[in-house]
Design a protein around this ligand. Sequence first.
Ligand code: SF4
Length: 318
Amino acid sequence: MLEVTNLKVHFTTRQGTGRAVDGVSFHLDRGETLGLVGESGCGKSITALSIIGLHPRPASRIVSGEIELDGESILTLSKREMRKVRGERISMILQDPLTSLNPVLTIGKQVGEPLRLHRNMDKAASRNRVIELLRQLHIPEPETKLDDHPHQFSGGMRQRVVGAISLAADPDLLIADEPTTALDVTIQAAFLAHLKAVQRARGLAILFITHDFSIIAKMCDRVAVMYAGKIVETGPTAELLSSPQHPYTKALLESVPSVDRGTERLNSIGGSPPSIYDLPKGCTFEPRCSYAMDRCRESYPLQFDIGDDHSASCWLLE
Ligand code: SF4
């Protein structure tokens, strides 16, 4: 349903040209969830924003690659056509619910907007549907709460409102960028269960961006691990979590707390990701990799197939 091929997104600033997304390719089928993981600044959110046409402009631009939705390129659509795709076919839960809601509009108006714009619902039908959506996302007393403004809601409630807006017009593809960070564990579980239920009922495809491997394990069919603007490993969730092949994936998983570890110290990955304005010539993980060889400094590794739909870019796999 979604096919992203060799996508490159560059930032042009006073620092020069930054390669934020540097040749990313992946696919997502109807009814499937793909998890996108990696440290902050590795290009996950910019990849997602580019798909929905909301990458920051004019600072960034898509310099090459293709994004296809059901076989049709969305990069060639006019602004008007893209507005129709956004909300109706693709929607997104943005990372920060505090800034993605309009402070001067009521919750009801904001959740109802996609219904009026994309589903031509009248006021009464839209109000009923908004109440239903808020109830499904565990907002208490939705009949009265829909007349409140965002500042009257807690952070967790605002995040659920953003979720309700994204699901309102029954999109085919949902991009969820850290959608559960402001939720406590019980509400998080209910929210994820609701997403799964919507997915089962309508064949919704979900691109799920998170740092949390427990959510990946629960929600995702496949995972793509991003580092310095590239996907370094991708594969079916169970296989990738039990048998990671790229040193970066292994290091990420070793830094996850586990009850089995007892009092053992958690591993951390030394250093930080490279600047997008000054990427190393060879493997971008080389400065932090304990397996690095001379070859890793000279050229970026090829992508090696490891198993069914499982591949990684590391010279150790040659
Ligand atoms: Fe480490 Fe070399 Fe593999 Fe890069 S290619 S992850 S530096 S071993």
